[in-house]
Design a protein around this ligand. Structure first.
Ligand SMILES: [Zn+2]
Ligand SMILES: [Zn+2]
Length: 314
């Protein structure tokens, strides 16, 4: 029997098993918009007078988010950071630029190699962090700095329900309590030099952001980053997908149960003493030994990477 739309009883095109629902095209787009509106309201993520910056990668999540925020009437510019991952990065940048041009939206483009002297493939295996570790660190740094420099009030990222459940799963397996304490849909700017960060898609599953893009005709980069294959978070996602298949709603109750009932208990674990980096001036954790110089993780990583790279002569 053909599925019927839960909202209008028309022919459904998309099933959402964890909500025991199916939707036609228009009602599905309405449902996604409603999930984002609920997320924004519940955690007071954004206001209509805020200047908002959305970090876009060219993938389905971040472009769906930018599209949704524009439709909801927010003042939202995009930020693309080129990571220097060959043709993958070039295609990602093109897709973001085309998205922005089609909507008359503003896209800021930053370049890791041009601004900081390294690319993510060069960073792989050097400096003691995985390429995904250096990539995450570099993105957090550049996004925060670009938002401060550009006078933005809040940075949005496209982390979806699957991403958040997988990160929580990994943190729980290691009982990384400080990381768990910081994993929340909103992180307020608790002092000057920090920018508020929000995840308006945390209620929306990965396959739903993909369906949103397809149904709205948004061109996005379908391939995963070539460096991500086999990483820990991908394995955690696969495990959770198997559990979700057997019992729809597993990811939802794992993540939402954490946010509603456990996250508050862990807030005390996030008591880092903050100061300014002696090299770049950005906010960082104060060193344990007050006599030693505070240097942020990004500056430490960068100095290891840039000195270990071959010197290019002009
Ligand atoms: Zn419908
Ligand atoms: Zn620094």
């Amino acid at each position: 029997m053909a599925m019927r739309c839960k909202r209008c009883r028309g022919a459904a095109v998309m099933e959402v098993r964890r909500h025991n629902a199916a939707f036609c095209r228009d009602c599905f787009l309405h449902y996604v918009g409603q999930q984002v509106t609920r997320a924004i309201a519940k955690y007071r993520m954004l206001g209509h007078t805020d200047r908002v910056l959305v970090a876009v990668s060219g993938g389905k999540d971040s472009l769906a988010l930018w599209d949704l925020l524009l439709e909801l009437g927010y003042q939202v510019d995009g930020l693309y950071l080129s990571l220097g991952i060959g043709a993958y990065s070039e295609r990602s940048k093109d897709v973001c630029q085309e998205f922005a041009a089609a909507r008359g939206a503003r896209l800021l483009v930053h370049d890791l190699a041009g601004e900081h002297g390294y690319t993510i493939p060069e960073a792989a295996g050097k400096g003691g962090r995985s390429s995904c570790g250096v990539c995450g660190l570099s993105k957090r740094y550049v996004f925060n700095r670009a938002a401060l420099d550009g006078g933005y009030d809040v940075v949005c990222t496209g982390h979806n329900l699957d991403d958040e459940a997988a990160v929580l799963f990994g943190n729980t397996l290691r009982w990384d309590v400080p990381a768990m304490a910081r994993q929340f849909p909103v992180l307020e700017a608790t002092r000057p030099g920090l920018v508020k960060k929000v995840k308006p898609l945390y209620r929306v599953a990965e396959r739903e952001t993909a369906a949103y893009c397809v149904l709205k005709g948004i061109d996005y980069v379908v391939e995963e980053c070539p460096l991500v294959a086999g990483n820990t978070q991908m394995r955690h996602k696969e495990t959770l997908n198997q559990m979700e298949e057997a019992a729809p709603g597993t990811k939802h109750s794992f993540l939402f149960g954490y946010l509603d009932r456990a996250a508050g208990l862990l807030k005390v674990a996030d008591v880092a003493d903050l100061t300014e980096c002696a090299r770049c001036g950005m906010v960082t954790q104060a060193p344990d030994d007050p006599a030693s110089e505070a240097v942020c993780a990004f500056c430490r990583s960068k100095s290891r990477l840039v000195t270990s790279l071959p010197v290019v002569s002009a």
